[in-house]
Write a protein that binds this ligand. Structure first.
Ligand SMILES: NC(=O)c1ccc[n+]([C@@H]2O[C@H](COP(=O)([O-])OP(=O)(O)OC[C@H]3O[C@@H](n4cnc5c(N)ncnc54)[C@H](OP(=O)(O)O)[C@@H]3O)[C@@H](O)[C@H]2O)c1
Length: 220
């Protein structure tokens, strides 16, 4: 598949490594430009591109940048993606450590990914947000393995969600359908499933046990 990755840090870098290893055609972008991604390109065979080009022709696009940077993305970055593109949002809101206060999340009560979706003007599928970046490299397991981890996946577009769940399966993880994007608070930071390394049953249980309360340390 043709896959565009916007953000080449902890998560974007490791997704680039694994997806190229699986044979996908990956374009990757960061904020500073393709000339700063030559090492990652040499290591993986991915194509370093400008942000504006990352989604061109892509069937899957991953947005994996700090939440506060999402509004800085050029408008129309998804316009030239393939029809039916699935856009994965890996983002988390850390108001005190990184992102500053975002009114849409705190005052309007939008889930973090609903807010991101509004900035992008395109539906998103929330995945990988509670996954340690290193686990993308270290913890893939074949289907059926007893210690195969499961990742929650939330989103409203069922076809896009299916595509993302199939891709995660190919990456070596099970998935749990975590509902629509308005349910995705169940997998945000400080929930039981966030950072949980467990299989399908325990991930489903953790999602069910989440509380919608946003604690003071997760407010800006
Ligand atoms: N680290 C984890 O284990 C982890 C796990 C799950 C989810 N997450 C979430 O996933 C997101 C990414 O996390 P990360 O740890 O991978 O971040 P990171 O290591 O800080 O990397 C961020 C990447 O985003 C790029 N970027 C920043 N602003 C940009 C812009 N305006 N346009 C294009 N690219 C831009 C940066 O490019 P430059 O370097 O050129 O500025 C960098 O490549 C965050 O929301 C984070 O909370 C992280």
């Amino acid at each position: 598949m043709k896959i565009g990755i916007i953000g080449a840090g902890n998560i974007g870098g490791n997704l680039t490594r694994r997806l190229t290893a699986l044979g996908h055609d990956v374009s990757v972008a960061n904020s500073r430009g393709p000339q700063t991604l030559t090492e990652l390109a040499a290591e993986t065979g991915a194509t370093p591109v400008r942000v504006e080009e990352a989604a061109r022709g892509a069937e899957v696009v991953v947005i994996t940048i700090p939440l506060k940077a999402v509004p800085d993305l050029p408008s129309g970055i998804l316009d030239e993606a393939a029809p039916g593109v699935a856009v994965i949002d890996t983002g988390n809101y850390y108001p005190q450590q990184r992102d500053g206060r975002i009114a849409g999340i705190e005052d309007e009560g939008l889930t973090e990914s609903r807010w991101t979706e509004r900035q992008l003007g395109h539906p998103v599928i929330k995945a990988f947000n509670g996954t340690y970046a290193i686990d993308i490299l270290d913890r893939p397991r074949p289907a059926g393995a007893l210690d195969r981890m499961a990742l929650p996946v939330a989103g409203d577009d069922e076809a896009a969600k299916r595509k993302v769940r199939d891709l995660i399966d190919e990456l070596g993880f099970d998935t749990v359908d975590a509902g629509g994007l308005d349910d995705s608070w169940r997998q945000q930071p400080d929930t039981p499933v966030y950072g949980l390394r467990a299989g399908v049953a325990d991930v489903a249980k953790a999602l069910a046990e989440a509380s919608p309360e946003r604690k003071p340390e997760f407010r800006g």
